[in-house]
Design a protein around this ligand. Structure first.
Ligand code: 6R9
Length: 655
């Protein structure tokens, strides 16, 4: 990939300024090394001390780590806590009147909520859920617009010990149905509509459609937050308004006291097969991961105004909107809209307006904003910023330098944070007052995270050579299992290839001569489109579910803004279409995929063929499809192909 080649040449180092280093929570490489050494000498002692220091326990734990049933590790299991108590109640005495959330709606209107007000809202909604019979261990699906109520719904679930499963508001009815059914949820919390970029999305109508698809018999109630004046269908026996549910509810709600190992949430993510995986996290370890990273990676200070732009529908919105910032007592901005509405200056205008100090976003957003207005940040006063972050995909050095210079005024460290839905919290990232940054590299693992790059045999590879990114020891915020599928958990993350001992991240990576880690991309059939994980198999199954389609293969190709674009090779049941007809069917198929999965999965390019390149044993040669998608010449040996002539046809059929 060309972006990776250019990344490889990057060697500039950006050490923290003296001023930043002196004030940082982890100061200088001495500070970083001391923490690493402590973790190396006494791993459990290291995490145990952090667990006691950063979490408020109802009953403290005695045992730190239980590996007796590896890879189903348990952390702090005999400790008792409530995550919502840690995010809200424990701040009331000292920070009750501090603003917890500065919410900016799509239209620019602002609502501020203090910790005391948030406590009241969460308690009332939690009592509302309880009045419906929702209790510890029940699953609650949240399909909501990004905003205060989504955070309240998640916190309220955590408060009563229910397990939430947030489904991103851009997913389709089919995707929502699958997640409701897999989790056997009792309730869906949604809104009549969401608003993004001035456009309304009918979330309630999609929910109705999802429930109508079948398989959702577990659902007893649908709670609807009224976000707009838009009308929606209503089923009196099943649906109830959020405002009616909370009316008259007490503003106190005793938290459910939980074992640290009780599940906190499930979040579905794409993998190598067509079926998304329900990644299951538990309360204690997860909370600790978010807190540690808020402190070390985001160098959290009480005076900060923190803003993570991710939607709560993704893991980044869970860890760095709903949980981490609240657990540490921060004031944070929550933004409902999109970076380009009403224009590409929205982020910069909001940073100025709210005095944001810490800004965390995705490389794809940065790249699109450069393209739409590389000089726009200069029109705003961004002097409040002191720290910048990125997440979701590798950042190309050009975008990094622009972010550093134009947004950060050359003075803000950039934390390029590598982590995953499965890891729960940041894993590899520069601690900004210690580690010198290098554009394009996520640099060094956090203290206590034992990451490595290994070959097929599990042996470490030398610098410059690519290999599998692995984690060698369990860590507190790690995935506990895949909901309903412990075998898949084991096979996917702790495969026998490495004796079941190493956590396999699914990314390839290499070390450079400074010992810094560079992420090269996924090793499985997962695409990273605008920082979102999409399984090629999921898109293929959606395509072949269309009555016109006989066969489909999906691959990625590099894309300037999205990182990767989706390319679908399609064989129809009827003859290969040409001209107008081909354009028309391609359009239909794109709409079909949007309807089956969501707009984010729509193929950017569709290529019709009479067939797909296959080996004599019938395997689709995806390697060749990738080359064709990139528009490159096929130089590989094609002698094992059943039908070599197909390559030429596919090369010329892009739509
Ligand atoms: C947090 C999140 C995880 C996958 C991961 C990797 C890619 C994430 C990255 C990065 C390079 C970074 N990824 N952060 N690649 N540099 N800083 O994105 O979770 O949606 O589960 O995706 O994203 O490929 O394996 P998730």
């Amino acid at each position: 990939m060309s972006s990776i080649d250019s990344v490889l040449k990057e060697n500039r180092l950006f050490p923290p300024s003296d001023d930043f280093r002196v004030k940082a929570n982890v100061s200088g490489m001495e500070g970083y090394n001391a923490l690493c050494e402590k973790a190396n000498n006494d791993y459990e002692g290291f995490w145990g001390d952090l667990g006691r220091e950063l979490i408020t326990w109802k009953k403290p734990f005695d045992k730190v780590l239980d590996s007796s049933n590896a890879p189903f590790f348990k952390w702090f299991e005999d400790g008792v806590l409530n995550v919502s108590y840690n995010c809200i109640d424990r701040h009331l005495e000292t920070r009750g009147n501090k603003v917890a959330i500065i919410f900016e709606a799509d239209d620019g209107s602002v609502t501020k909520v203090t910790y005391r007000e948030l406590h009241q809202r969460v308690c009332q909604f939690a009592n509302g859920l309880k009045s419906l019979g929702i209790a510890k261990g029940d699953r609650v699906v949240i399909y909501m617009p990004h905003g205060i109520e989504a955070v309240v719904a998640m916190q309220a679930s955590a408060r009563i010990g229910a397990i939430h499963s947030v489904v991103f508001g851009g997913f389709s009815a089919g995707a929502l149905r699958d997640r409701i059914a897999d989790a056997a949820a009792k309730v869906v919390i949604t809104a009549n509509e969401s608003v993004r970029g001035g456009k309304a999305v009918p979330l309630k109508a999609v929910t109705d459609e999802a429930l109508g698809l079948g398989g959702c018999d577990s659902i007893e109630k649908v709670i609807v937050y009224q976000r707009t004046n838009g009308k929606c269908e209503w089923d009196d026996t099943r649906d109830l308004w959020w405002h009616n549910l909370v009316k008259g509810q007490a503003s106190e709600c005793e938290p459910e006291w939980m074992s640290a190992e009780d599940p906190l949430f499930i979040l579905y993510t794409s993998g190598s097969t067509g079926k998304p995986k329900g990644i299951q996290h538990s309360g204690g370890g997860y909370l600790l991961g978010t807190l540690v990273s808020m402190k070390w990676v985001f160098d959290y200070k009480d005076t900060d105004v923190y803003w993570c732009t991710a939607d709560v529908g993704w893991i980044t919105g869970h860890s760095y909107v709903c949980y981490g910032p609240l657990a540490i007592g921060a004031t944070q901005v929550v933004f409902e809209g999109v970076p380009t509405y009403p224009d590409a200056g929205r982020f910069w205008q909001m940073i100025e307006k709210h005095g944001v100090t810490t800004f965390y976003t995705a490389p794809t957003a940065i790249r699109s904003l450069i393209k739409l207005g590389g000089d726009l940040p200069k029109q705003y006063n961004l002097s409040s910023l002191r720290l910048l972050g990125t997440v979701g995909e590798p950042i190309n050095p050009e975008a990094w330098i622009w972010y550093h210079e134009v947004v950060g005024g050359g003075r803000c460290p950039i934390v390029d944070t590598w982590w995953q839905t499965e890891t729960g919290a940041n894993m590899i990232a520069p601690l900004p007052g210690a580690v010198a940054t290098k554009p394009g590299s996520c640099t060094l693992p956090l203290p206590g995270i034992i990451a490595d790059v290994v070959d097929e045999a599990g042996a470490p590879v030398e610098p410059g050579k690519g290999g599998f990114l692995v984690v060698k020891k369990p860590w507190p915020s790690m995935v506990r299992t895949i909901w309903n599928d412990p075998d898949r958990f084991k096979k996917t993350y702790f495969p026998d290839d490495f004796n079941g001992k190493l956590y396999l991240a699914g990314d390839s990576a290499h070390f450079d001569e400074n010992g810094y880690i560079w992420i090269m991309g996924r090793i499985d059939d997962v695409l990273n489109v605008s920082g979102h994980r999409l399984g090629t198999m999921e898109i293929e199954s959606a395509l072949v579910a269309n009555p016109l389609v006989a066969e489909a293969a999906v691959v990625g190709k590099p894309h300037e803004i999205k990182g990767e674009a989706v390319v679908a090779f399609v064989v129809l049941k009827a003859n290969r279409p040409e001209g107008e007809k081909a354009t028309q069917i391609a359009k239909e198929l794109r709409e079909w995929v949007a309807h089956e999965i969501g707009k984010i999965a729509q193929p950017d390019e569709i290529r019709f063929g009479d067939n797909l390149p296959k080996t004599r044993s019938g395997k689709i040669m995806r390697r060749l499809l990738r080359v064709i998608a990139k528009g490159e010449e096929v130089t590989q040996d094609t002698s094992t192909l059943e039908n070599p002539a197909i390559l030429d046809q596919l090369r010329h059929s892009a739509l």
